[in-house]
Design a protein around this ligand. Structure first.
Ligand SMILES: CC(C)(COP(=O)(O)OP(=O)(O)OC[C@H]1O[C@@H](n2cnc3c(N)ncnc32)[C@H](O)[C@@H]1OP(=O)(O)O)[C@@H](O)C(=O)NCCC(=O)NCCS
Length: 216
């Protein structure tokens, strides 16, 4: 069995644990060893009965001498990117809830988490370390670059490109043929009908830029 560690022990780690367990019900693939988190106060506590075993420094050292699989359960795109490059000996897995509906005509990088109720249509491409949270739908030909987070219930139409480090807030909608540029954040319920500028925070219907974010 694959020795699996989850990086991050916040709320999303509960979803990730459950996806691991659901996968194991179908075929015993993973031995979920535990979680790691850099928050010193969380050490030795548990999430859904799984222990927080140490910090990411611990996992980094451990993975130098042991074959280790991992998945990052942190929604923040910037932190996910930093940890993926720091933990460069970990073999990142794609974790897919059995109740996601995935076309066979898609490409997937590594380190992605696809939650229950997600629907992905033909000719979609996901890069590395993307999170598609519960109930998100991707139309045909949607492209996600690396480190993209899509929060629950978002509707991404055909031919949309979500460039790297973008975060789509809960229940957002993006119409077809749109490019969401690097490091864009969409607030909950935003409706995007035009391409976005890099490093912008957008909210509203239709979405408007309300501020510039720090470059990521
Ligand atoms: C957009 C967001 C990041 C803004 O957070 P913030 O930087 O702290 O900004 P503020 O809360 O100070 O809001 C700034 C302005 O935008 C408005 N605003 C904030 N979020 C908004 C939203 N989703 N839609 C419309 N307007 C919004 C505020 O009312 C405020 O307007 P004002 O200046 O006229 O008073 C946050 O509100 C949001 O929507 N986050 C996404 C949450 C999410 O999807 N969570 C998923 C959990 S699973």
């Amino acid at each position: 069995m694959k020795q699996l560690f989850i990086v991050g022990s916040g709320g999303f780690s509960k979803q990730v644990i459950e996806i691991v367990e659901k996968n194991n019900e179908q075929k015993q693939i993973y031995n979920l060893v535990g979680l790691v988190d850099d928050d010193k106060e969380k050490q030795k506590s548990e999430v859904l009965g799984y222990k927080i075993l140490g910090t990411t420094d611990f996992l980094h050292e451990y993975s130098k001498v042991n074959k280790v699989y991992g998945v990052i359960a942190i929604s923040n795109t910037k932190i996910r990117k930093q940890l993926a490059s720091k933990l460069n000996n970990v073999e990142w897995i794609n974790l897919i809830h059995p109740d996601a509906i995935l076309t066979k005509y898609m490409k997937l990088g590594k380190g992605n988490v696809i939650s229950g109720g997600v629907v992905i249509n033909p000719d979609c491409k996901l890069g590395n370390h993307c999170h598609l949270n519960i109930g998100t739908t991707l139309g045909h030909d949607v492209k996600l670059s690396d480190y993209v987070t899509v929060m629950p219930g978002s509707r991404i139409s055909g031919n949309v490109h979500l460039k790297r480090n973008t975060l789509v807030g809960t229940g957002s909608t993006i119409i077809q043929n749109i490019t969401i540029n690097e490091n864009t954040m969409l607030g909950a319920g935003t409706v995007i009908i035009k391409d976005t500028e890099r490093n912008g925070l957008y909210v509203g219907v239709p979405g408007q830029k309300i501020k510039d974010l720090e470059s990521n």
